[in-house]
Design a protein around this ligand. Sequence first.
Ligand SMILES: OC[C@H]1O[C@H](O[C@H]2O[C@H](CO)[C@@H](O)[C@H](O)[C@H]2O)[C@H](O)[C@@H](O)[C@@H]1O
Length: 481
Amino acid sequence: MALATGDDLLHYDPEDFAPEPEGFLPKVKNPEVRAWALEVHALWKNLSRKVSDGVLEQPELHTLLPLPEAVVVPGSRFIEVYYWDSYWVIRGLLASKMYETAKAIVTNFIFLVDTYGYVLNGSRAYYTNRSQPPLLSAMVYEIYNRTCDVELVRKALPALLKEHAFWNSEIHKVTIQDAQGCNHNLSRYYAMWNKPRPESSTKDKESASKFLSNSEKQQFYRDIASAAESGWDFSTRWMRNTSEFTTLSTTSILPVDLNVYILKMELDIAFMANVLGNKATMESFLEAAEARKKAINSVFWNGEMGQWFDYRLANGTICKESETWQACNQNQNVYASNFIPLWIDLFHSDAALVENVMGSFQSSGLVNVAGIATSLINSGQQWDFPNGWAPLQHMIVEGLLRSGLKEARSLAEDIAVRWINTNYVGYKKTGAMHEKYDVQKCGESGGGGEYIPQTGFGWSNGVLLAFLEEFGWPEDRSIGC
Ligand SMILES: OC[C@H]1O[C@H](O[C@H]2O[C@H](CO)[C@@H](O)[C@H](O)[C@H]2O)[C@H](O)[C@@H](O)[C@@H]1O
């Protein structure tokens, strides 16, 4: 199977693109920032693609999958659509009033669920062994909120039910018994693959060379592919020993963020079922969400530290029976993902808890001069310090904002302004938006990991436009570091 591509995905002119859409970023008053925002908005044209007729007619000859609608790609080496990236692309498209482009992306993902049972990591044949952080419901929810398109919800709901079943299937679901003897079901990343990733085969074989037995190698390959499924490829988050890559054990970890995304899926499904008048589905998904919230608080929450920690399973293999919760299995390293529950309104009902989490976040060391760091460990991996990623900034900022606390709102705005400044300075220096940034140095792109830093860049553009839409930029506020 050839991995190289060329003429399989063609440039596409989105029909709903306008150089300056009506009502675009009404709160951005500063002319310099407005001019830049319009340039970033124009990047949607550069990043729009459609599958060629050749692929649609003979898909078996291509690694690219025959998606029916146009897509927006991240950029540079990432020349196909990616799953979780698309949530932030869509947030930006909504700010750009490109509702049809946003719906087309969702239609493609529904097609993938219909075909494979889940949304793939990306639209290539070599990504058919895994998914990525499941945010399809969040995409549909945001589009519906802007467009009130009930037909979209009707089309999406069956796919969302299927996707929910995928993430709660036997390989993904793990049961943990808490100190009171109550069982909780949570989900983990678990790629259906125990070989080197086809897109990075040489690297994976090299990394696995220290393992002697075939079964160790296979487990390691599965943990690599599962880390790719998490979107955090790679990070010390998945390593038992943070200085040794080969201790990667993604499948033996219950991740906070994944369970937050599934909780959001449950709430979104309940919301959409209600829109369609399907009360039984609504009620059963509200119950499922309540149960997952309880599980998140029983297994991940640490009141003393004011954070939710990933949970390490003692037995990494598929457990048929429940495993008993032990405090020492919480991974107490600080990661931005420890604060992702803030993104969900269900966690805002207790003001004292939100204050505790906010205090813990402020003193965590994650908030830096140019944004939120991914972790505190400088491992050389791209999902670690000092890299900051647009999606993580966005979820935490939006979470703080929605919490309703006054101080949380000003912290959210402060972080958004730092992020906008670093994006701006980086753009003026290089002429590009970057995949990730160095949060220690304003205007610097991030680095590390297995490939050179990429530009383009779908989710960074989306988060920038979403921040500018939310917070605006006053006429008299200067931009830069
Ligand atoms: O080719 C290496 C890996 O590249 C992707 O991961 C990174 O880029 C994605 C697109 O922006 C992003 O979704 C992911 O969070 C990044 O870590 C790909 O998703 C991996 O599967 C792939 O192995």
